[in-house]
Design a protein. Structure first.
Length: 165
């Protein structure tokens, strides 16, 4: 059984994951509008992945006999200076999510809620992958550049990233 404190924190993480999904969905739309079709497809797939992360938490909370709550969300930002700035923001957002997951893990351990601690280990590994993926994208954009053909190539490359299997 979840403590009231842990339930509140898990429901807050449901909101964070749901918000992440919406942010990436909006970013996908911005990319599509600016003809970054590879990045648009990548972010659309990533939005769905974040929704799945939310649902995994939602199901876990309900399986414990507690009630998961679905939050209202604010409209995400919808204008970006450049593709590089957009992906720098995704990297910062993933670092924020990692800090939230780490705080949840710490709370579970402090409360001796070993079931939740064990459940959250998947998120710890996932966040490591997410930060690496978005860091790689930012590095590739900086390496290839944002002028002419470089921008075309990076967009194609981003469209292939993170979902090979």
């Amino acid at each position: 059984m979840l403590s009231a404190s842990m339930l509140e924190k898990l429901n807050e993480q449901i909101r964070v994951e749901f918000e992440s999904s919406n942010i990436y969905l909006q970013m996908s739309s911005w990319c599509a509008m600016n003809n970054y079709n590879g990045a648009a497809d990548f972010l659309l797939r990533h939005s769905e992945e974040e929704r799945q992360h939310m649902m995994k938490l939602f199901d876990y909370v309900n399986e414990t006999g507690a009630m998961a709550t679905v939050p209202a969300l604010a409209q995400p930002k919808h204008e970006y200076e450049s593709l590089l700035k957009l992906f720098e923001e995704t990297l910062e957002h993933e670092k924020f999510v990692t800090s939230r997951i780490n705080a949840l893990v710490d709370s579970a351990l402090t409360e001796k809620d070993f079931s939740t601690f064990n459940f959250l280990q998947w998120y710890v590994a996932e966040q490591h992958e997410e930060e690496h993926l978005f860091s790689d994208i930012v590095d590739k954009i900086k390496l290839i550049g944002m002028e002419g053909r470089g921008l075309f190539l990076i967009d194609k490359e981003i469209g292939k990233m993170g979902f090979e299997g």
